[in-house]
Design a binder for this molecule. Sequence first.
Ligand SMILES: *Cc1c(COP(=O)(O)O)cnc(C)c1O
Length: 446
Amino acid sequence: MNWQEEDLKYIWHPCSQMKDYETLPPIVIEHGEGINLYDINGKCYKDVISSWWCNLLGHCNPRINSAVKKQIDELEHVIFANFSHKPAITLCRELSKVLPEGLCKFNFADNGSASVEMALKMSFQYHLQTGKPKKKRFMALADAYHGETLGALAVGGVDLYSEMYKPLMMDVIRIEGPDCYRCPWGKCRDNCNCECFVRAEEMFEEKADETAAIIVEPLLQGSAGMKVYPPLYLKKLRELCDKYNVHLIADEIATGYGRTGKMWAFDHAGVSPDLMCLSKGLTGGYMPMALVVTTQKIYDAFYDDYLKGKAFMHSHTYSGNPLACSAGIEVLNILREEKIIEKAVEKAKYFNKIIKEKFLPLENTGEVRSIGLINAIELVKNKETKEPLDYTKRTGYQIYKKALEKGVILRPLGDVIYFNPPLIIEKEDMDFVTDVALECTKDVLS
Ligand SMILES: *Cc1c(COP(=O)(O)O)cnc(C)c1O
């Protein structure tokens, strides 16, 4: 069987121009272990993008494997309205111990985008049911990414994904957010006062009356090119939201679970959002599951006699799937018992150091930015002016292809090369993947 031909006969891959597969056919993976993936010919690939940022503790993690195996012989799934099960209850109880203060009510979805939709609907309905029917719009930051379904896409601001579908989408209030590498105030993210926050203040002043919530990717705008901004921005946003009775929705789908060096990106700011979306790391990258977590106050606005019509009438068939919950519980056990995040913080220092050493000397490295184990290298045409590379050259894509040949999965965002490895990555692998990335980058740029 030629598996690659068979694949192309049937499968339409996500986020791909399928014509590109003529020159780069799909890599058919057979098994995984730790950060390694092995294809059907036995070739090894280092998964330093955590398979789209979800694999947290390595592929085929023995502890998660056995937790899921145990669960599958007990209960695979059950309707989650009126019914419940120990894995879901346990997962929520354990999560409530580590979430930012005040987040205590858990509603399940089955993917990140769906949880974003839920959070938006909940916020809108909350205001409707607390006497603020005019609050029916949403604010979001420029370059935001919140998923692909129409509501989530509408709050997103990456044109590559959303431009074409504008006619189908709700009208979102867009705020120019932090852009630290090209800061219009000429400041630097380590010691600024978030001068750019004035744009949020102006927009709130003008539009808060009609706004239900603002949604943000805390500290890290992933799809925008791993743009990192300071925690102070979130602190200020919390105050502003309180002042204007606007909900703060934290999309921690990519940043949660230790990716930024703390359990949640919001932990860096020491404040809590009103609603929080979780997915990706939630099951360690094993199964599609997501959560919207919110406060008692929001929950209470939906709590009344049935005929008042205040319930949140939203459901997903696979809400609270027990297999996914069993993986989720084991992820929390591993993080706690094996001190994974503490160790990742140590590893991150080394990773960032070698990436800076290797990439900063390159003529085309505009910036190396990092948060937790996530490191990004923005390639530019001109260091001084920060002028981007000519995007039609697809430099990032060329680097991606070269690195694949050498067994490293990079998948750059445009011309931003990044690493977002499973938290369990070891030094030798950090050395290897950064060497390969450097070699391929030099190759392509020369
Ligand atoms: C991945 C992601 C989503 C969407 O999650 P899906 O499960 O892919 O629908 C939303 N927001 C952020 C920040 C993400 O990284």
